[in-house]
Every structure is written in C-alpha cells, then in structure tokens.
Design a binder for this molecule. Structure first.
Ligand code: PLP
Length: 385
C-alpha cells in the first residue's frame, strides 16, 4: 500500500481525519472476498457511520446493516445498496418506519417475529419491494473472552438458543443470522460454522440465506482470508445458502487518526500531559475495552527518554489515555496524533463535561484535506433540554 503523507499541522484540534485511500485499500480486500466467495458484505453502521465517505464504500460493498431506526434511515438515505436491520427488540412506534427502509429485517426472538409478522406481510403484499425476514440464533459458541463483547455468555439476551427455537413458527422466515465474533481471525469462524451446522443444520435446509454477523477482522494483515472463504463455501455448498457478512471495524480498520494538542504539562511524581481531547468523551473504547491507542512517533513508557501520561479534558479522574515516551520533551502546543481512530469513535463519542466533539475531516483520494464537520455550542445545548 502507498503511504500518503497527511499534514496534520493545519487541521483543527481535536479532529478525526479519515484517509479515503486507506478505506479504499480495505474495500479492495473486502471486494476480493465478495468476488472469490460469492458472498455479500455489508457495512455495520454501529462501528463506522461517517456518511461523507459512503459514496466510496458503496462502490465496493452491497449495503449496510443497521441496529436502530436512525441507522436504518441513514443507510437508506445516504448509502446506495441494501439495508439490513437487526435490533434486540423493535419499538411498536418505530417498526412501521423500518419497513420503508429495510430489505432484510432480523428478529431477536420468536415473540418479536410473531408480533411484527402481520405488518411485514401487509407491507409485502402492497409493495414492489419484498422484505426478507430472519431470526438471530445464539449457537452458544463464541471464543470472545470478555463478557461485555460476548453474545453467547450465560443468560445472554442476544439471539434464540436451540432450546428456544420454534420450528413450527418459521413460515415467512427465509434466513438465519448469528453474530458471535469480535476482532477475530477466521479460525474461530471455521469452528463456529461447524457448531451452527451441527445445531441448526436441519433448519438451514429450508433457508435461503445466512448472515455471519460482524467481528471478522478481514482487513488485518495477518487475517487468513482463504479460511474465511472456505467457511463461506461450506454453507453455500451444503445448503445452497446466500451468505452475508456484516463487519464494521474491518472497513475502517487503520484508516483514521485523531489529532490533539498538548494544553498543559503538570507534574505529580510523573509528567502528565493534558490534551484537548478525552478518553471518556472521544475514544470511549480506551476505557471500555480497555486498550492503549498508538501515538505516532512515540514509544512505550520509558522506551524513549521522556515519558508522559496523557490525560483528558474531563473531570473524570480516570480520563487517562495511556503512558507514552518520546525522544524530545513535549511542549505546550505540540500536536499528538493517535492512530486507528476511525471506528467506534465518532459513533460512540459524547459531550460529557461539555467538552466539544472533535471536528471531522477527510484526506481525499486526490490527497486533499477536507474538514467536513465542526461542532459547536448548539450541538451541546440541543441534547439537554
Ligand atoms: C457489532 C455488530 C456488527 C459489527 O461488528 P464489528 O466488530 O464492527 O465488525 C455486526 N453485526 C451485529 C449484529 C453487531 O452487533
């Protein structure tokens, strides 16, 4: 891949900047999988919903997957392609609107399916577009270790287990859906597909499609793509199913940065740099996952001569990003660039403490910087009364 030089020095601060060239690189990998495996890949808006780059993404992927009315509408209005919808439950006041946007609607339980089946039937009878319905299953097999990210942990509300599967209520159901992965390579998928086959194979015989969910880290350099393709072909060959994948992270992995600025340097046994950003507000996964984002030109604590703890702008004591070392001492006003900041950032950030949101910029295919959005006091105020 060609490395493009982005000049971070003239951006607003803080600011996310997404590199379309890197998005394109990921999309080429995904398009290759679509072609070789004859499957359909959707962008999960939950992980990345920066709609100014949807025109680029829709050239490669078949559609989007939404987990709410707003995401479904955004996909319908801004993305040229199929709209798939899944949520743990649908609100009666919102469901009629989902019918307009959706191509596939996946239900989390048979009671939800029973409740909304008449509305789907009525819609399909009246409209040219025919909505396909599916059930999310819980194969009770996942290799995700953190319970907060594991949809198969004990008492999980996500998907129907084999014990609760109602074989006599499948009339009108054309597909099944499972989502049991998170940032994983294709080996766990290979094992999961076997479990799904073993448990739900007799139902798959009568289905037209199967959605493998998200969490497939397909664009990571060490990802085993041939194994993914084999896992797709397995279900295609055995049951003649159309296979969907709906990753979010894989589309935006390693495509974006966040630029921040050192506002102050304080000392309390160690050196602490206070930045104009926040883990709690602008990169919540740093605290929730938790993980330590990489900073351009930095090393681990004490790897280089000058080590700083990076702290955020909110009053939360734990609003700490991590410890970083540099060859030269940091100065107030220095710019800091965090990498891999495109996914699960903009979609999750908040204005806790009234801290403004980072601006959003794009580094275009023509290698120009374009600031696409800045936020202001009205954005803060409108949500609060
Ligand atoms: C979160 C989620 C995705 C996307 O997951 P990534 O880890 O971003 O690939 C897809 N489908 C469902 C049902 C999800 O909950």
């Amino acid at each position: 891949m060609v490395q493009h030089e982005i000049d971070f020095s003239h951006l607003p601060s803080p600011c996310y900047i997404v590199d379309e060239n890197k998005i394109k690189h990921n999309l080429e990998i995904l398009a290759d999988v679509q072609e070789k495996a004859n499957c359909k890949i959707l962008l999960a808006l939950k992980g990345f919903a920066m709609h100014s780059v949807f025109p680029l993404i829709s050239k490669y992927l078949k559609g989007i997957t939404a987990s709410s009315l707003f995401e479904a509408r955004l996909g319908y209005e801004e993305f040229e392609g199929e709209v798939h919808i899944y949520a743990p439950a649908y609100r009666p006041d919102e469901f009629p609107k989902l019918l307009k946007y959706g191509d596939h609607i996946v239900f989390n339980s048979f009671s939800q399916w029973q409740r909304y089946e008449p509305l789907v039937a009525e819609y399909n009878a009246k409209n040219k577009k025919k909505i396909l319905c599916g059930i999310r299953i819980n194969p009770e097999y996942s290799e995700i270790e953190k319970p907060i990210y594991n949809p198969c942990y004990k008492y999980s509300r996500l998907g129907v287990t084999l014990d609760n599967f109602r074989a006599d209520e499948l009339d009108g159901i054309t597909g099944l859906h499972f989502h049991t992965h998170c940032e994983q390579n294709s080996e766990p998928l290979e094992r999961t597909v076997r479990v799904v086959d073993l448990k739900f194979g007799e139902y798959l015989k009568n289905m037209k499609w199967l959605n493998y969910g998200g969490g497939h880290h397909i664009t990571r350099p060490d990802y085993d793509i041939p194994k993914l393709i084999n896992s797709i072909k397995y279900m295609q060959d055995k049951y003649g199913l159309e296979i969907y994948l709906e990753p979010g992270e894989a589309i935006a992995l390693n495509t974006g940065y966040m630029v921040a600025t050192v506002l102050d340097i304080v000392h309390n046994e160690i050196d602490i740099a206070i930045l104009d950003t926040s883990a709690a507000a602008h990169m919540p996964d740093v605290l929730e996952m938790p993980y330590r984002p990489y900073v351009l030109g930095s090393g681990m604590a004490n790897e280089y001569k000058y080590t700083y703890r990076f702290g955020g702008l909110t009053c939360l004591a734990g609003d700490v990003i991590g410890d970083y070392s540099f060859n030269e001492p940091l100065k107030i006003g220095d710019r800091i660039v965090f990498t891999d900041m495109a996914h699960y950032t903009m979609v999750k950030n908040n204005m806790f403490n009234g801290v403004n949101l980072p601006s959003i910029a794009v580094f275009t295919l023509e290698q120009k910087i374009k600031v696409v959005r800045k936020f202001n006091y009205q954005d803060f105020k409108k949500r609060l009364s």
